[in-house]
Design a protein around this ligand. Structure first.
Ligand SMILES: [Zn+2]
Length: 267
């Protein structure tokens, strides 16, 4: 009888453990699919302007900037997308120049960009002056969150370029753990016009696009410790320049591999 009971107990425990092990999601499932979102293979991405037409974006142009050659030691971010609102001050020439400075800033970490997708378009809401999502309801057509919610999927971190915020900063970024809305996750927002009362950064060549992308690649906020300043990620404008330190480079490279170059992303 005792033997039967032991055997039963063994089978019960073993069975439960076996079930638990089987219930564990496969690797395919470890990247959560969010409600209302499906997944796509990043490498299969093809720009489709009809998706933009369907969402009432107009006069949409797409340009892919590829990397001719990767240095052997580099960590490569597969995809970065830049969505530019037309008539916001940002021109093709300015954006190209800023992409060059972005590349050279990240080269100090040994980070290169394999594909940079640039979309020039008119917002369906015709707005180039936006309202920060913290100050506006979700359906406000001037809201950055409203624009993000209707923007078709683009791979990698996404940088939105617009004219300015009605009230708010020159730019900001929503990294993975800081965003409430799926479509705002890993987006950065950079205005063409900055407010005249802002202090000058320590380096006049400081690149805000690189700063905001830095938040996304680091998945972190600002550097405030004196011995690490000046820095690209300084909280205070007077301590801003284009430098990244060794720890920041390491963190970014690790996040590129672990987060951004995963084979699937929310669509
Ligand atoms: Zn910042």
């Amino acid at each position: 009888m005792n033997l039967m009971r032991t055997l039963f107990l063994f089978c019960y425990i073993f069975g439960t453990a076996f079930e638990a092990a089987n219930a564990r999601p496969s690797d395919e499932c470890t990247i959560p699919v969010k409600r209302g979102f499906s997944k796509t293979k990043v490498d299969n991405f093809k720009f489709d302007s009809s998706l933009w037409d369907n969402k009432k974006f107009t006069d949409t142009n797409y340009k892919l900037h590829t990397l001719p050659e990767v240095k052997p030691q580099s960590t490569v971010l597969n995809d970065l997308s830049i969505i530019v609102l037309k008539n916001s001050g940002w021109t093709q020439e300015i954006v190209n120049k800023r992409i060059q400075s972005l590349r050279s800033i990240y080269a100090q970490c040994g980070i290169e960009f394999k594909r940079i997708h640039v979309v020039f378009t008119n917002s369906p809401f015709k707005e180039v002056i936006l309202r920060n999502h913290r100050l506006c309801p979700r359906d406000d057509p001037k809201g950055d969150n409203k624009l993000a919610s209707v923007t078709p999927y683009m791979p990698g971190p996404r940088i939105f370029l617009f004219q300015k915020f009605i009230i708010g900063p020159e730019g900001y970024a929503m990294f993975r753990n800081a965003s409430k809305d799926n479509y705002m996750e890993n987006t950065a927002w950079v205005a063409y016009e900055k407010f005249s009362n802002l202090a000058e950064p320590s380096d006049k060549n400081y690149e805000i696009m690189a700063h905001e992308l830095g938040h996304l690649l680091l998945q972190a906020s600002h550097v405030t410790k004196n011995k690490k300043l000046p820095n690209l990620m300084s909280k205070k404008r007077k301590h801003l320049n284009n430098n990244l330190n060794i720890e920041q480079c390491y963190k970014m490279k690790s996040n590129i591999v672990k987060i951004f170059n995963q084979s699937t992303q929310a669509l």
